[in-house]
Write a protein that binds this ligand. Structure first.
Ligand code: ATP
Length: 370
C-alpha cells in the first residue's frame, strides 16, 4: 500500500538570462533577495521609479532593472513607463505571517507559521522540522518553491504571487497505515474552503486534484513519517492556483483553472491561507478520531468522475476500464469492472474519463467490500 499520494508542487525554476552589469557581478542568491525586496515595494500596484526603488532599497537602478526583469521571468506582468517607473499590472497580496495569524483569529493559537520567500520545497522543510521534533500544526509557506516534488516527477508550475504553496505538519497517535486516506480528506477540506468562497462547479479527482470546470485548480501532496504502529506524522503539501498569468498558463500542458477566475474577484492570499488552515484543522482532527469514514460520502459527492466511465492507467501502462464507484475507507478507488469491484491505491495510477465499454453494467452494484 503506498504511503505517499503525490501531486507535483514544483515551481518553475526560472532563471534570468545572465546579464552582466558593469561592476556588478551577478549572484543568483543575492538577486533573489533583491527580487523579493523590489516585489514588496511594487506589490501595491502603484508606479515606483527606478531611482526611488534604488534609494529605498540601497540598490543601483541597474539592479532594480535586473530585479524587475526577474519578476517578469517569474510570470509577473510589469508595466514600464519612461518617466514614471515600474508598476505591477495588478496589485499583489504577498504572504505575511502577521496577516495570516490575524485572519486565523481563535485558531491562531493552534498553528506555528513560517513564511519564506524562496525555498526548495515546503514539504522538505516541514519534513525536516518533523524529524527534528517540531510539534504538529506547523505551517511552512513560501512565495516560491524551486524543487517541489510531485507525482512521478511531474512539475507543478506557479508564478510568484499567483499561487499559494504551503505544507502543514500534522501529528497522529496512529501508525502510518492509518493515514492512507488522508489526501482524500484533505481534498474535502479544500472543497469546503471553496464553498465558503462561494465557488461552485469545483470538484475532486481521485486521488489528489481539485478541479474547476475541468481545469486543475489545486493539488495535494502527502508524505508520511513514522512507523506502522505509530505514532506518525504527515506533511500535507498544497498548491493552489490563485491567479494564473499567461506566462505560467503557457507552461501547463493540460487544462488549468485559478481561484480568481472561479470566484470572479481578487483574493487575498493571507486570508485564503487562514481559511484553508481552519478547514484543514477541522478535517484533520476528525480524521484523527475516525479516519476517512466520516468523509467518504462527502468525498463521493465531490468526485467529478463519480459513477462515470473511467480508464485507469496502471504503472505498467496497462489500462483498466470500469465505472468509478467511490472510495473505500482506506482511500482506495473502487472501480466496477466486468470482473467485479476492484480497489486501487493511488501509487502511480492515473484516472481518466473514458467512453463506456460495451457490456459494462450501467447501474450501481452492492459495494460490500467498501
Ligand atoms: P494524474 O491524473 O496522474 O494525477 P496529473 O496530470 O494530474 O495526472 P499530477 O502529478 O497530479 O499529474 O500533476 C502534475 C501535472 O499538473 C503536470 O504534469 C501538469 O500537466 C499539470 N500542472 C502543472 N502545474 C500546474 C498548475 N499550476 N495548475 C494546473 N495544472 C498544473
Amino acid at each position: 500500500m503506498p504511503l505517499e499520494a503525490n501531486v507535483s508542487c514544483a515551481w518553475p525554476v526560472l532563471r534570468p538570462v545572465p546579464l552582466q552589469t558593469a561592476g556588478e557581478p551577478l549572484s543568483l542568491g543575492t538577486m533573489k533577495t533583491w527580487q523579493f525586496k523590489v516585489l514588496r515595494r511594487l506589490a501595491d500596484g502603484e508606479f515606483h521609479s527606478g531611482e526611488a526603488l534604488g534609494n529605498a532599497l540601497g540598490m543601483s537602478r541597474a539592479s532594480v532593472w535586473l530585479a524587475v526583469r526577474e519578476l517578469e521571468l517569474a510570470g509577473l506582468e510589469v508595466y514600464k513607463v519612461r518617466g514614471r517607473g515600474y508598476r505591477l499590472a495588478q496589485p499583489l497580496s504577498l504572504l505575511d505571517r502577521e496577516a495570516v495569524l490575524r485572519e486565523l483569529g481563535d485558531d491562531a493559537a493552534h498553528f506555528t507559521i513560517e513564511i519564506l520567500d524562496d525555498i526548495s520545497s515546503t514539504n522538505t522543510l516541514a519534513m525536516q522540522r518533523a524529524e527534528q521534533g517540531a510539534p504538529g500544526a506547523l505551517v511552512v509557506a513560501a512565495e516560491q518553491q524551486e524543487a517541489g516534488r510531485g507525482r512521478m516527477g511531474r512539475a507543478w508550475h506557479a508564478g510568484v504571487g499567483g499561487a499559494l504553496t504551503f505544507s502543514l505538519l500534522w501529528r497522529f497517535t496512529q501508525g502510518a497505515g492509518f493515514l492512507s486516506g488522508l489526501s482524500l480528506a484533505a481534498g474535502v477540506a479544500l472543497m469546503r474552503a471553496l464553498k465558503t468562497l462561494g465557488i461552485a462547479e469545483a470538484g475532486l479527482k481521485w486521488p489528489n486534484d481539485v478541479l474547476w470546470r475541468g481545469g486543475k485548480l489545486a493539488g495535494i501532496l502527502i508524505e508520511m513519517h513514522g512507523d506502522m504502529l505509530g505514532p506518525s506524522a504527515a506533511v500535507i503539501g498544497i498548491g493552489v492556483n490563485v491567479r494564473l498569468s499567461d506566462a505560467v498558463r503557457g507552461r501547463i500542458d493540460q487544462a488549468a483553472a485559478d481561484l480568481e477566475t472561479a470566484s470572479g474577484r481578487p483574493l487575498d492570499r493571507n486570508r485564503l491561507l487562514a481559511l484553508l488552515l481552519k478547514e484543514l484543522r477541522q478535517v484533520l482532527e476528525a480524521f484523527a478520531r475516525g479516519g476517512l469514514a466520516p468523509f467518504r460520502e462527502e468525498w463521493r459527492d465531490y468526485h467529478v468522475h463519480q459513477d462515470k466511465a473511467v480508464t485507469l492507467i496502471l504503472p505498467d501502462a496497462r489500462q483498466e476500464r470500469g465505472w468509478a464507484r467511490g472510495v473505500a475507507e482506506d482511500g482506495a478507488l473502487l472501480i466496477e469492472t466486468e470482473a467485479g469491484m476492484r480497489r486501487y491505491h493511488s501509487g502511480e495510477i492515473s484516472l481518466r474519463p473514458t467512453k463506456p465499454v460495451k457490456g459494462t453494467p450501467q447501474g450501481g452494484v452492492e459495494m460490500n467490500d467498501a
